[in-house]
Design a protein. Structure first.
Length: 153
């Protein structure tokens, strides 16, 4: 009789310990709510960045103007060791895109999406104030030139 009681008591204690352990394990699996969904968390930047922000690390410095669909302009200075504009902006998490038949198709800049299929708008790339003649993933960085990304129809 006493063995049965002891066996039931140990079973109850074991169940409570297992329930507590499961609760701790499942709460530890919860996603990090502060992480950036656009991949910028790897570089430690929080999107959208503010006007005048200095981003990245490296020997080369260049300027980028970002204009959203309302025309709000954000000027940033990028520091990098990359040689291509698109690579530098992707590295710091400021630009997201996907490879297409004509190179990198820009989907999101500074946390702002432009979806041509949905809204009829896209991210246009400018070099020195002129519409770019080659893609952002082919354009070599020139520290003397300001680059721009603008949402256009």
């Amino acid at each position: 009789m006493q063995k049965t009681r002891l066996h039931k008591l140990l079973s109850c204690i074991l169940c409570m310990v297992l329930i507590a352990a499961m609760a701790l394990v499942t709460s530890g699996c919860k996603g990090d709510e502060t992480a950036e969904p656009d991949g910028s968390a790897a570089q430690g930047i929080k999107l959208p960045v503010e006007d005048g922000a200095e981003l990245g690390e490296g020997e080369t410095t260049f300027k980028v103007l970002i204009a959203d669909k309302e025309g709000t302009e954000t000027h940033v200075t990028v520091h990098t060791d990359k040689t291509i504009v698109g690579e530098a902006l992707q590295e710091i998490g400021l630009l997201e895109g996907e490879e297409g038949p004509y190179g990198l198709f820009i989907k999101k800049v500074n946390g702002i999406s432009a979806d041509y299929d949905k809204d009829g708008v896209y991210w246009a790339f400018y070099v020195g104030g002129e519409y770019a003649t080659e893609g952002i993933d082919l354009t070599e960085i020139d520290p003397e030139i300001e680059y721009a990304l603008r949402v256009e129809k």
